[in-house]
Design a protein. Structure first.
Length: 387
Protein backbone atom coordinates (compact mmCIF):
# COMPACT_ATOMS: atom_id res chain seq x y z
CA UNK A 1 0.00 0.00 0.00
CA UNK A 2 2.80 2.35 0.80
CA UNK A 3 4.41 1.68 -2.59
CA UNK A 4 1.13 2.25 -4.38
CA UNK A 5 0.60 5.65 -2.78
CA UNK A 6 4.09 6.99 -3.36
CA UNK A 7 4.97 8.80 -6.55
CA UNK A 8 7.78 7.03 -8.38
CA UNK A 9 9.57 7.84 -11.55
CA UNK A 10 11.39 5.93 -14.24
CA UNK A 11 13.68 8.28 -16.11
CA UNK A 12 15.16 7.91 -19.54
CA UNK A 13 17.66 10.14 -21.22
CA UNK A 14 19.00 10.02 -24.75
CA UNK A 15 22.41 10.96 -25.96
CA UNK A 16 23.69 12.37 -29.19
CA UNK A 17 25.01 11.16 -31.56
CA UNK A 18 26.05 7.87 -33.05
CA UNK A 19 26.35 7.53 -36.79
CA UNK A 20 28.54 5.15 -38.71
CA UNK A 21 29.74 6.38 -42.10
CA UNK A 22 32.20 5.90 -44.87
CA UNK A 23 33.67 8.23 -47.43
CA UNK A 24 34.01 7.07 -51.01
CA UNK A 25 36.89 8.49 -53.05
CA UNK A 26 36.55 9.06 -56.80
CA UNK A 27 32.90 9.93 -57.23
CA UNK A 28 32.90 12.89 -54.82
CA UNK A 29 36.36 14.41 -55.29
CA UNK A 30 35.33 16.63 -58.17
CA UNK A 31 32.17 17.64 -56.36
CA UNK A 32 34.08 18.61 -53.23
CA UNK A 33 36.62 20.63 -55.19
CA UNK A 34 33.89 22.49 -57.07
CA UNK A 35 32.11 23.26 -53.78
CA UNK A 36 35.31 24.70 -52.36
CA UNK A 37 36.00 26.83 -55.41
CA UNK A 38 32.44 28.08 -55.77
CA UNK A 39 31.49 28.75 -52.17
CA UNK A 40 34.53 28.83 -49.91
CA UNK A 41 38.04 30.18 -49.85
CA UNK A 42 39.88 27.26 -51.36
CA UNK A 43 42.15 25.25 -49.14
CA UNK A 44 44.40 22.53 -50.54
CA UNK A 45 44.71 19.62 -48.12
CA UNK A 46 46.90 16.61 -48.62
CA UNK A 47 44.37 14.29 -50.23
CA UNK A 48 44.45 10.83 -48.77
CA UNK A 49 42.42 8.21 -50.56
CA UNK A 50 40.20 6.12 -48.33
CA UNK A 51 38.82 2.69 -49.08
CA UNK A 52 35.12 2.52 -49.92
CA UNK A 53 34.44 0.82 -46.58
CA UNK A 54 37.07 1.38 -43.89
CA UNK A 55 38.17 -1.88 -42.34
CA UNK A 56 36.76 -1.18 -38.90
CA UNK A 57 33.26 -0.84 -40.42
CA UNK A 58 33.42 -4.01 -42.51
CA UNK A 59 31.38 -6.01 -39.99
CA UNK A 60 28.85 -3.22 -39.41
CA UNK A 61 27.00 -3.06 -42.72
CA UNK A 62 23.22 -2.83 -42.69
CA UNK A 63 21.40 -4.25 -39.67
CA UNK A 64 24.63 -5.75 -38.29
CA UNK A 65 25.46 -2.26 -37.06
CA UNK A 66 22.74 -2.69 -34.40
CA UNK A 67 23.61 -6.27 -33.42
CA UNK A 68 27.39 -6.73 -33.62
CA UNK A 69 29.01 -6.06 -30.20
CA UNK A 70 32.02 -4.30 -31.75
CA UNK A 71 29.77 -2.00 -33.77
CA UNK A 72 27.65 -1.20 -30.73
CA UNK A 73 30.82 -0.41 -28.76
CA UNK A 74 31.97 2.01 -31.49
CA UNK A 75 28.55 3.63 -31.42
CA UNK A 76 28.65 4.14 -27.66
CA UNK A 77 32.15 5.60 -27.81
CA UNK A 78 31.11 7.96 -30.58
CA UNK A 79 27.97 9.03 -28.73
CA UNK A 80 29.84 9.77 -25.52
CA UNK A 81 32.03 12.29 -27.35
CA UNK A 82 29.08 14.59 -28.08
CA UNK A 83 27.82 14.99 -24.51
CA UNK A 84 27.82 18.53 -23.17
CA UNK A 85 28.43 17.21 -19.65
CA UNK A 86 30.67 14.37 -18.50
CA UNK A 87 28.73 11.61 -16.77
CA UNK A 88 29.94 10.30 -13.39
CA UNK A 89 30.85 6.67 -13.77
CA UNK A 90 31.60 7.07 -17.46
CA UNK A 91 30.15 4.43 -19.79
CA UNK A 92 28.37 2.46 -17.07
CA UNK A 93 25.25 4.60 -17.60
CA UNK A 94 24.99 3.57 -21.24
CA UNK A 95 22.73 0.82 -22.52
CA UNK A 96 23.89 -1.39 -25.38
CA UNK A 97 20.76 -0.84 -27.44
CA UNK A 98 20.75 1.80 -30.15
CA UNK A 99 17.80 4.09 -30.69
CA UNK A 100 17.34 5.37 -34.20
CA UNK A 101 15.96 8.30 -36.18
CA UNK A 102 14.96 7.17 -39.69
CA UNK A 103 17.54 4.41 -40.07
CA UNK A 104 16.64 2.01 -42.90
CA UNK A 105 18.19 -1.11 -41.36
CA UNK A 106 17.01 -0.65 -37.79
CA UNK A 107 14.64 -3.63 -37.62
CA UNK A 108 14.80 -4.11 -33.87
CA UNK A 109 12.34 -2.84 -31.26
CA UNK A 110 12.38 0.76 -30.10
CA UNK A 111 14.65 0.40 -27.04
CA UNK A 112 13.09 3.34 -25.19
CA UNK A 113 9.41 2.51 -25.35
CA UNK A 114 10.12 -1.23 -25.13
CA UNK A 115 11.93 -0.63 -21.88
CA UNK A 116 9.08 1.54 -20.60
CA UNK A 117 6.65 -1.24 -21.50
CA UNK A 118 8.68 -3.93 -19.74
CA UNK A 119 9.18 -1.83 -16.63
CA UNK A 120 5.53 -0.86 -16.31
CA UNK A 121 4.39 -4.42 -16.96
CA UNK A 122 6.60 -5.59 -14.11
CA UNK A 123 5.46 -2.78 -11.83
CA UNK A 124 1.78 -3.51 -12.57
CA UNK A 125 2.30 -7.17 -11.79
CA UNK A 126 4.05 -6.43 -8.49
CA UNK A 127 1.29 -4.03 -7.40
CA UNK A 128 -1.77 -5.91 -8.64
CA UNK A 129 -2.74 -7.08 -5.12
CA UNK A 130 -3.29 -10.56 -6.51
CA UNK A 131 -5.72 -9.36 -9.19
CA UNK A 132 -3.74 -9.89 -12.40
CA UNK A 133 -6.67 -11.24 -14.42
CA UNK A 134 -7.83 -7.86 -15.74
CA UNK A 135 -4.45 -6.91 -17.22
CA UNK A 136 -5.53 -3.26 -17.24
CA UNK A 137 -3.06 -0.44 -16.86
CA UNK A 138 -5.79 1.94 -15.74
CA UNK A 139 -5.60 5.54 -16.96
CA UNK A 140 -2.81 6.93 -19.12
CA UNK A 141 -1.62 10.48 -19.80
CA UNK A 142 0.68 11.53 -22.63
CA UNK A 143 1.76 14.85 -21.11
CA UNK A 144 3.44 16.13 -24.27
CA UNK A 145 1.65 14.16 -26.93
CA UNK A 146 2.77 13.43 -30.44
CA UNK A 147 1.66 11.04 -33.16
CA UNK A 148 4.26 8.41 -32.32
CA UNK A 149 3.84 8.39 -28.54
CA UNK A 150 0.03 8.42 -28.55
CA UNK A 151 -0.15 5.76 -31.25
CA UNK A 152 2.09 3.57 -29.10
CA UNK A 153 -0.06 4.13 -26.02
CA UNK A 154 -3.24 3.26 -27.94
CA UNK A 155 -1.93 -0.28 -28.31
CA UNK A 156 -1.47 -0.72 -24.56
CA UNK A 157 -4.15 -1.96 -22.11
CA UNK A 158 -5.34 1.40 -20.81
CA UNK A 159 -8.94 2.02 -19.87
CA UNK A 160 -8.63 5.68 -20.83
CA UNK A 161 -5.95 7.89 -22.43
CA UNK A 162 -5.51 11.66 -22.68
CA UNK A 163 -2.91 13.50 -24.72
CA UNK A 164 -1.84 17.12 -24.09
CA UNK A 165 -0.15 19.44 -26.58
CA UNK A 166 0.36 23.20 -26.66
CA UNK A 167 0.23 23.24 -30.45
CA UNK A 168 -2.96 23.24 -32.55
CA UNK A 169 -0.92 21.94 -35.48
CA UNK A 170 0.38 19.02 -33.43
CA UNK A 171 -3.15 18.20 -32.30
CA UNK A 172 -4.23 18.01 -35.96
CA UNK A 173 -1.24 15.83 -36.83
CA UNK A 174 -2.00 13.47 -33.95
CA UNK A 175 -5.65 13.15 -34.96
CA UNK A 176 -4.65 12.48 -38.56
CA UNK A 177 -2.13 9.82 -37.58
CA UNK A 178 -4.30 8.06 -34.99
CA UNK A 179 -7.83 8.36 -36.37
CA UNK A 180 -7.87 4.76 -37.65
CA UNK A 181 -6.88 3.33 -34.28
CA UNK A 182 -9.93 1.59 -32.75
CA UNK A 183 -9.33 3.06 -29.28
CA UNK A 184 -8.69 6.62 -30.48
CA UNK A 185 -11.05 9.32 -29.22
CA UNK A 186 -10.54 12.78 -30.80
CA UNK A 187 -11.90 14.41 -27.65
CA UNK A 188 -9.01 12.93 -25.68
CA UNK A 189 -6.46 15.10 -27.51
CA UNK A 190 -6.31 18.37 -25.57
CA UNK A 191 -4.73 21.62 -26.73
CA UNK A 192 -3.45 23.17 -23.55
CA UNK A 193 -0.41 24.59 -21.84
CA UNK A 194 0.84 23.16 -18.55
CA UNK A 195 2.44 26.47 -17.62
CA UNK A 196 -0.75 28.54 -17.81
CA UNK A 197 -3.42 28.44 -15.09
CA UNK A 198 -5.19 25.14 -15.79
CA UNK A 199 -8.68 26.58 -15.31
CA UNK A 200 -8.15 29.84 -17.19
CA UNK A 201 -10.32 30.89 -20.14
CA UNK A 202 -7.45 30.68 -22.64
CA UNK A 203 -6.52 27.20 -21.37
CA UNK A 204 -9.98 25.72 -21.49
CA UNK A 205 -8.96 22.31 -22.80
CA UNK A 206 -7.05 21.50 -19.61
CA UNK A 207 -10.29 21.57 -17.62
CA UNK A 208 -10.97 18.05 -18.93
CA UNK A 209 -8.26 16.62 -16.70
CA UNK A 210 -8.67 18.81 -13.62
CA UNK A 211 -8.86 16.69 -10.46
CA UNK A 212 -7.86 13.54 -12.37
CA UNK A 213 -4.99 11.26 -11.40
CA UNK A 214 -3.31 8.93 -13.87
CA UNK A 215 -1.77 5.52 -13.29
CA UNK A 216 0.73 6.01 -16.10
CA UNK A 217 2.20 9.35 -17.18
CA UNK A 218 4.52 9.63 -20.17
CA UNK A 219 6.65 12.76 -20.60
CA UNK A 220 8.19 12.26 -24.03
CA UNK A 221 10.66 14.94 -25.16
CA UNK A 222 8.55 17.57 -23.41
CA UNK A 223 11.16 19.23 -21.19
CA UNK A 224 13.23 20.38 -24.17
CA UNK A 225 10.27 21.48 -26.29
CA UNK A 226 8.89 23.69 -23.51
CA UNK A 227 11.48 26.31 -24.42
CA UNK A 228 9.45 27.06 -27.57
CA UNK A 229 6.11 27.42 -25.76
CA UNK A 230 6.88 28.22 -22.11
CA UNK A 231 10.47 29.46 -21.91
CA UNK A 232 12.21 29.70 -18.53
CA UNK A 233 9.46 27.65 -16.86
CA UNK A 234 10.90 24.14 -17.11
CA UNK A 235 11.85 24.06 -13.45
CA UNK A 236 8.19 24.42 -12.44
CA UNK A 237 6.79 21.75 -14.74
CA UNK A 238 7.26 18.60 -12.65
CA UNK A 239 5.76 20.38 -9.63
CA UNK A 240 2.65 21.31 -11.64
CA UNK A 241 2.41 17.78 -13.04
CA UNK A 242 2.74 15.93 -9.74
CA UNK A 243 -0.95 16.20 -8.59
CA UNK A 244 -1.91 14.30 -11.76
CA UNK A 245 0.49 11.39 -11.10
CA UNK A 246 -1.10 8.54 -9.21
CA UNK A 247 1.74 6.05 -9.39
CA UNK A 248 4.36 6.13 -12.18
CA UNK A 249 5.86 8.69 -14.54
CA UNK A 250 8.26 7.84 -17.36
CA UNK A 251 10.34 10.70 -18.67
CA UNK A 252 12.15 10.51 -22.01
CA UNK A 253 14.55 13.33 -22.77
CA UNK A 254 17.68 14.15 -24.68
CA UNK A 255 21.08 15.09 -23.41
CA UNK A 256 22.22 18.51 -24.64
CA UNK A 257 24.93 18.20 -27.24
CA UNK A 258 28.15 20.13 -27.14
CA UNK A 259 31.15 20.41 -29.40
CA UNK A 260 32.50 16.88 -30.00
CA UNK A 261 35.50 16.22 -27.80
CA UNK A 262 37.59 15.53 -30.90
CA UNK A 263 36.41 18.64 -32.79
CA UNK A 264 38.88 19.45 -35.57
CA UNK A 265 40.93 22.62 -35.72
CA UNK A 266 39.32 23.30 -39.10
CA UNK A 267 35.74 22.69 -40.22
CA UNK A 268 34.76 19.23 -41.44
CA UNK A 269 35.12 20.43 -45.03
CA UNK A 270 38.82 21.12 -44.48
CA UNK A 271 41.47 18.43 -44.18
CA UNK A 272 38.71 15.84 -44.18
CA UNK A 273 40.80 13.07 -45.67
CA UNK A 274 43.25 13.12 -42.77
CA UNK A 275 40.71 12.54 -40.01
CA UNK A 276 38.60 9.62 -38.88
CA UNK A 277 35.19 9.23 -40.54
CA UNK A 278 33.39 9.10 -37.18
CA UNK A 279 34.94 12.42 -36.22
CA UNK A 280 33.88 14.06 -39.49
CA UNK A 281 30.37 12.79 -39.12
CA UNK A 282 30.00 14.08 -35.56
CA UNK A 283 31.15 17.49 -36.74
CA UNK A 284 28.71 17.47 -39.65
CA UNK A 285 25.80 16.58 -37.37
CA UNK A 286 26.73 19.27 -34.86
CA UNK A 287 27.04 21.83 -37.66
CA UNK A 288 23.55 20.94 -38.87
CA UNK A 289 22.00 21.19 -35.40
CA UNK A 290 23.70 24.50 -34.62
CA UNK A 291 22.69 26.00 -37.97
CA UNK A 292 19.10 24.85 -37.36
CA UNK A 293 19.03 26.52 -33.94
CA UNK A 294 20.58 29.70 -35.35
CA UNK A 295 17.98 29.95 -38.12
CA UNK A 296 15.12 29.37 -35.69
CA UNK A 297 16.46 32.27 -33.63
CA UNK A 298 16.96 34.36 -36.75
CA UNK A 299 13.27 34.13 -37.68
CA UNK A 300 12.14 35.19 -34.21
CA UNK A 301 11.29 31.80 -32.71
CA UNK A 302 12.78 29.77 -29.88
CA UNK A 303 14.54 26.46 -30.45
CA UNK A 304 14.24 23.51 -28.09
CA UNK A 305 16.54 23.58 -25.08
CA UNK A 306 17.53 20.24 -23.60
CA UNK A 307 18.71 19.70 -20.04
CA UNK A 308 21.29 17.19 -18.77
CA UNK A 309 20.04 14.21 -16.84
CA UNK A 310 21.66 15.47 -13.63
CA UNK A 311 19.52 18.63 -13.71
CA UNK A 312 16.36 16.63 -14.41
CA UNK A 313 16.99 14.15 -11.60
CA UNK A 314 17.73 16.90 -9.06
CA UNK A 315 14.65 18.84 -10.10
CA UNK A 316 12.46 15.78 -9.69
CA UNK A 317 13.86 14.94 -6.27
CA UNK A 318 13.41 18.55 -5.12
CA UNK A 319 9.72 18.21 -5.95
CA UNK A 320 9.16 14.99 -4.01
CA UNK A 321 9.56 12.37 -6.73
CA UNK A 322 11.41 9.13 -6.09
CA UNK A 323 13.74 8.40 -9.01
CA UNK A 324 13.95 4.64 -9.45
CA UNK A 325 16.40 4.42 -12.32
CA UNK A 326 18.22 6.34 -15.04
CA UNK A 327 19.14 4.83 -18.39
CA UNK A 328 20.94 6.35 -21.38
CA UNK A 329 20.75 5.12 -24.96
CA UNK A 330 22.79 6.23 -27.98
CA UNK A 331 20.92 7.63 -30.99
CA UNK A 332 21.82 6.84 -34.56
CA UNK A 333 20.74 9.59 -36.95
CA UNK A 334 20.00 8.29 -40.44
CA UNK A 335 20.31 10.29 -43.62
CA UNK A 336 16.60 11.13 -43.77
CA UNK A 337 16.65 12.43 -40.20
CA UNK A 338 19.56 14.77 -40.92
CA UNK A 339 18.00 15.94 -44.18
CA UNK A 340 14.82 16.61 -42.25
CA UNK A 341 16.73 19.12 -40.12
CA UNK A 342 18.01 20.79 -43.29
CA UNK A 343 14.45 20.87 -44.69
CA UNK A 344 13.38 22.66 -41.51
CA UNK A 345 16.09 25.27 -42.14
CA UNK A 346 14.81 25.81 -45.69
CA UNK A 347 11.19 26.15 -44.59
CA UNK A 348 12.04 28.68 -41.86
CA UNK A 349 14.10 30.81 -44.26
CA UNK A 350 11.39 30.68 -46.94
CA UNK A 351 8.80 31.80 -44.42
CA UNK A 352 11.04 34.62 -43.20
CA UNK A 353 11.71 36.03 -46.66
CA UNK A 354 7.97 36.21 -47.33
CA UNK A 355 7.11 37.96 -44.07
CA UNK A 356 9.94 40.35 -43.30
CA UNK A 357 13.26 41.48 -44.69
CA UNK A 358 16.16 39.21 -43.95
CA UNK A 359 19.66 38.85 -45.33
CA UNK A 360 19.31 35.23 -46.25
CA UNK A 361 21.85 34.74 -49.04
CA UNK A 362 24.78 33.57 -46.92
CA UNK A 363 22.54 31.53 -44.64
CA UNK A 364 20.94 29.78 -47.60
CA UNK A 365 24.41 29.02 -48.88
CA UNK A 366 25.28 27.31 -45.60
CA UNK A 367 22.09 25.25 -45.78
CA UNK A 368 22.97 24.18 -49.32
CA UNK A 369 26.52 23.23 -48.36
CA UNK A 370 25.45 21.14 -45.38
CA UNK A 371 22.88 19.32 -47.50
CA UNK A 372 25.66 18.45 -49.96
CA UNK A 373 27.93 17.28 -47.16
CA UNK A 374 25.28 14.82 -45.99
CA UNK A 375 25.49 13.19 -49.40
CA UNK A 376 29.29 13.32 -49.41
CA UNK A 377 29.63 11.57 -46.06
CA UNK A 378 27.97 8.23 -46.62
CA UNK A 379 25.78 7.23 -43.70
CA UNK A 380 25.40 3.62 -42.56
CA UNK A 381 28.44 2.41 -44.46
CA UNK A 382 27.31 2.47 -48.09
CA UNK A 383 24.71 3.93 -50.38
CA UNK A 384 22.63 0.74 -50.37
CA UNK A 385 22.17 1.25 -46.62
CA UNK A 386 20.59 4.67 -47.06
CA UNK A 387 16.81 4.96 -47.38
Amino acid sequence: KQAMSSTTLFLFSLILICISIFISKDEILSKIRSNFEENLEYYEPEWEEIDVIPEKYAECEGERFYKNPNCIKMCLQSASKTLATVKPGGMEWFQEEISCHNCPHHTLRDPLFSFVYNQHSLWTKLHSNGNESTGSWGSGLDAGTGAYSLSWMLHLPFESIYGITASNEMARNVEKACKKEPKFDPDSVIVGNWMKPLNSVDNEGMRKILNKKFDFVLVDYLIGSMEAFSPFRQESFVKILKPFVKSRIYLVGQEPYGLPQDWGKKSSYYDRWNRDADQLNRELAMNIFKLRDSIITLVGERYYREYPVEWVVNNLKDNGYVVDEVQLFPINWGKKALEGQIDLCDSKLNWATKNFMITERSTNKMVKLLREQINDLRILLNSSSIA
